[in-house]
Design a protein around this ligand. Structure first.
Ligand code: GLU
Length: 447
């Protein structure tokens, strides 16, 4: 069996050797899915996984724009259309200086499995740019978004490919992108998700990724007859996902001890309560400030420069910042401090070594493609509402989100539970996500 996995990975490496993050994501899937393929005749010998690692289409394009000083700037734009077997390509756009082909291909590949797990009809894609929104004025952001969409528009559409937000792309950027799409396509369609409430957005979409991450952790804790009540919770990041993971944690009776950004983390041993969180939301979303500024208003907290928050003793850890932000040493520190549950709000935040450590210790560990699927699931609900030309209430969307997270938990259990009752959520999510896409690919033939 090992040689099957190894020879598959050798092939993938031959073609994509210079894409470490993509190879990391593929390896994690191959290790769990190939043994399943070997045991199940209908999938065996059809090179399905080999077809799934090759994007159906990759688009890269030039994005020129003029900054506030009148200087011409040039960035690179991308859209990876990974798999459309079960629905139109769907996935976010990331604007960050680290964006490259490897990062976007890993994200697009993960998205295929994640979207399949939601049970909604969405294929997988991802895109973005190496554009750095940090320090840019609203006008610069607008000019960049308009330029980006003036090329991207010809590759997307509400039945073809439906982008959304990711790191560096929030409500403001989606607004500018949508405005340009609508103008040049001369049509008001649900081509993007994460839209504003007055122009086709869905209630709960801003909250969905963070809430979903906590709902999933709640489901995992239930298997141990446990809950968030009275738990110390360490959260990384301070963007959209971290903010709403914190909000839901507080609502469920957990104590949020940390938040972070690329400069370091804040540690508030009294807990970040609702009022303090409202301050963080205003600081990050309106003033676009740094998390260290928290101390100017709450001087009892500490700012730990240049470090990640995994060294803080906690019961539950929610990595909500970015890929590979939690390594094997961090995992061992969390474990020795008594952490019992890790639910990923970001995409692939734990390294391979960290995941192995969590599995060895048999704690509750959820990979992002399962636990952060609430965001894209609610994007799917936004697409449905756009098609119906109708809006559901907050309660209706939240209930559907909770149901979807619970169903994903059930699917992971079905495919990931071993004979001793331990649930390997990585294995469960990979196989459950694979089966639906593979069945559709088989039915549609070699295309
Ligand atoms: N970027 C988010 C993710 O990683 C959301 C994608 C979407 O809503 O399409 O799943």
């Amino acid at each position: 069996m090992k040689s099957n996995i190894e020879s598959f990975l050798d092939l993938v490496k031959e073609r994509n050797g210079h894409e470490p993050e993509f190879l990391q994501a593929v390896e994690e899937v191959a290790e769990t899915v190939i043994p399943y393929i070997i045991e199940n005749d209908i999938y065996y010998g059809k090179n399905i996984l080999l077809r799934m690692v090759e994007p159906e289409r990759v688009v890269t394009f030039r994005v020129c724009w003029v900054d506030d000083k009148g200087e011409i700037r040039v960035n690179r734009g991308y859209r990876i259309q990974m798999n459309s077997a079960i629905g139109p390509y769907k996935g976010g756009l990331r604007f960050h200086p680290t964006v490259n082909m490897s990062i976007l291909k890993f994200l697009a590949f993960e998205q295929v499995f994640k979207n399949s797990l939601t049970t909604l009809p969405m294929g997988g894609g991802k895109g973005g740019s190496d554009f750095d929104p940090k320090g840019k004025s609203d006008n610069e952001i607008m000019r960049f978004c308009h330029s980006f969409m003036s090329e991207l528009f010809r590759h997307i559409g509400h039945n073809t490919d439906v982008p959304a937000g990711d790191i560096g792309v929030g409500a403001r950027e989606i607004g500018f992108l949508f405005g340009m799409y609508k103008k040049i396509s001369n049509g008001f369609t649900g081509v993007l998700t994460g839209k504003g409430m007055s122009w086709g957005g869905s209630l709960i979409r801003p909250e969905a990724t963070g809430y979903g991450t906590v709902y999933f952790a709640e489901k995992m804790l239930e298997t141990k007859e446990d809950s968030f009540k009275g738990k110390d919770v360490v959260i990384s990041g301070s963007g959209n996902v971290a903010q709403y993971a914190a909000e839901k944690t507080i609502q469920l009776g957990g104590k949020v001890l940390t938040l972070s950004d690329s400069s370091g983390y804040i540690y508030d041993e009294d807990g970040i309560d609702t009022e303090k969180l409202a301050f963080v939301m205003e600081l990050k979303n309106e003033r676009r400030g740094r998390i260290s500024e928290y101390l100017e208003t709450y001087p009892n907290a500490k700012f730990v420069k240049g470090r990640t928050p995994w060294e803080v003793k906690c019961d539950i850890a929610l990595p909500c910042a970015t890929q590979n932000e939690l390594n094997e040493d961090d995992a061992n520190t969390l474990l020795s401090n008594g952490c019992i549950c890790v639910s990923e709000g970001a995409n692939m935040p734990s390294t391979k070594g960290a995941i192995t450590a969590f599995h060895k210790a048999k704690i509750l560990f959820a990979p992002g493609k399962a636990s952060n699927a609430g965001g894209v699931a609610t994007s799917g609900l936004e697409m449905t509402q756009n098609s119906l030309r109708f809006n559901w209430t907050r309660e209706e969307v939240d209930l559907k989100l909770k149901e979807i997270m619970s169903n994903i938990h059930d699917s992971c259990t079905e495919y990931g539970k071993d004979e001793n009752g331990y649930i390997d959520y990585v294995k469960g999510a990979n196989i459950a996500g694979f089966v639906k896409v593979a069945d559709a690919m088989l039915a549609q033939g070699i295309v």
